[in-house]
Design a protein around this ligand. Structure first.
Ligand code: SUG
Length: 419
């Protein structure tokens, strides 16, 4: 058995659009009403996956969801033709692409029963994301169906908001060794909602059977939420023994760092001071919404958005960091601009699972040849562009449905994932 980290990226769906649905997500608000490019968006995401495979990393894939979500609309007593524009936009949302919000994962090394535990996120704070979990859960139950290796949990009940791995970090000497799990939650009071509630985080930790001595519950700073960090992964990222974070990411960082050092003495904290990179620049550039990965030679690389390269204060700080002696040795910019324009960077687009790939349904794992086939389907079927006013167009809807059916059929999942 070989336990490794696998990154599951959400394939960007054919209904990707800019409806401005996420309060507190500055990019979503800024681009509300813009014309989206679903085909280019999905191809950007596929290229990101290809890049990681070429780095020697294991790669998985989650499928887009069936849109419009007619089952959800039916529960609201309507359908896509009759729904009010904001309800229709919510039913058409492609937001499940941000797989970091799909679930919270605790690897087997951390759990009481020695299985990897996954809890699907309820995403109840944002209406357009609150109906993602049933289709996400269906995919998780297929991909991680081996009961000897995995336990897949239902969502934590409302009203306790849970946004999944975007507010969860795991630090360990190595991926396959027992780690410290950090649950970052928000407290409302500022201008924007706190989307991760501590009650949900504690429920997930209990359901996963984590050791309380190796579980930390850490409050996100209100300044970070107010500046537009609607998830912790916009201001911090962790990998193995390294935490990379902005100085103002946490409400009480001294206490958090002390608790973390006590629980994991080998931890290395790479903190970016506000005097070098303001919270505003950190959030505009999404430098922390990076994938911090361990390459096969043991060095760590930061896979970050090209916007980080274009933000002078950020890029010069990063250049100094890699020139120094720190644990992060490489910077790898990737173009995910279509996703970024809705507030989703490289880290938002992936869910990390530490497991033996042999225990996972191979239909959810990809190599370059499979990516080529998927890219061909995307190029042939995904709409080239969508303006928010197009969302009720019956020809567009038929095309979105056809795109999904073709992909799911190709991946031999049509018998298991029914709309
Ligand atoms: O939930 N944007 C997503 C972005 C999620 C990013 N994920 C992480 N940080 N892990 C959100 O706010 C915008 C949709 C719109 O406006 O049309 C949106 O849902």
């Amino acid at each position: 058995m070989s336990v490794t980290e696998i990154n599951f990226d959400g394939l960007i769906g054919p209904s990707h659009n800019y409806a401005g649905l996420s309060l507190g997500n500055l990019a979503s608000a800024r681009n509300a009403g813009a014309v989206s490019q679903p085909r280019a968006a999905a191809l950007q995401g596929l290229e990101k996956m290809r890049g990681k495979i070429r780095l020697g990393l294991k790669q998985g894939l989650f499928l887009p969801q069936w849109r419009p979500d007619g089952a959800w609309l039916a529960r609201l007593g309507t359908d896509v033709g009759q729904a009010e524009p904001h309800i229709r936009a919510a039913a058409m949302s492609a937001s499940s692409m941000w797989a970091a919000n799909a679930a919270t994962i605790s690897p087997a090394a951390d759990t009481q029963d020695g299985r990897t535990h996954l809890t699907v996120a309820n995403l109840v704070t944002m209406p357009h994301r609150s109906h993602e979990w049933p289709q996400t859960l269906a995919q998780l139950r297929l991909a991680f169906s081996d009961p000897r290796a995995f336990a897949v949990h239902d969502p934590v009940p409302a009203p306790f908001g849970d946004e999944g791995a975007a507010n969860h970090m795991r630090l360990a000497e190595r991926h396959d060794l027992p780690g410290v799990e950090i649950f970052v939650y928000g407290q409302s009071g500022g201008p924007f909602p706190a989307r991760q509630h501590v009650e949900a985080s504690k429920a997930v930790a209990r359901l996963h059977g984590l050791n309380p001595a190796r579980s930390l519950f850490v409050q996100q700073s209100e300044a970070a939420i107010a500046a537009g960090a609607f998830h912790n992964d916009v201001v911090a990222v962790a990998n193995e023994r390294v935490l990379f974070a902005h100085e103002h990411a946490f409400a009480d960082k001294d206490r958090f760092y002390a608790d973390l050092r006590a629980a994991l003495p080998c931890v290395e904290i790479v903190e970016v001071p506000a005097s070098a990179v303001s919270l505003a620049d950190a959030i505009k550039s999404y430098v922390f919404n990076a994938q911090l990965v361990t390459l096969p030679d043991g060095a760590m690389a930061l896979i970050l958005p090209t916007e980080a390269q274009e933000t002078p204060a950020v890029w010069s700080w990063l250049q100094q960091m890699v020139a120094g002696n720190g644990p992060i040795r490489r910077l790898i910019p990737v173009d995910v601009r279509q996703s970024m324009a809705n507030g989703g960077g490289p880290a938002c687009l992936r869910l990390r699972v530490v497991a033996d790939p042999a225990t996972i349904d191979p239909r959810f794992l990809v190599d370059e040849a499979r990516l080529d086939e998927i890219a061909k389907i995307v190029a042939a079927y995904w709409p080239e562009q969508i303006a928010p006013d197009d969302l009720g167009d019956t020809r567009l809807i038929a095309r979105i449905e056809q795109s999904w059916l073709t992909l799911v059929d190709h991946l031999q999942l049509s018998g298991d994932l029914v709309p």
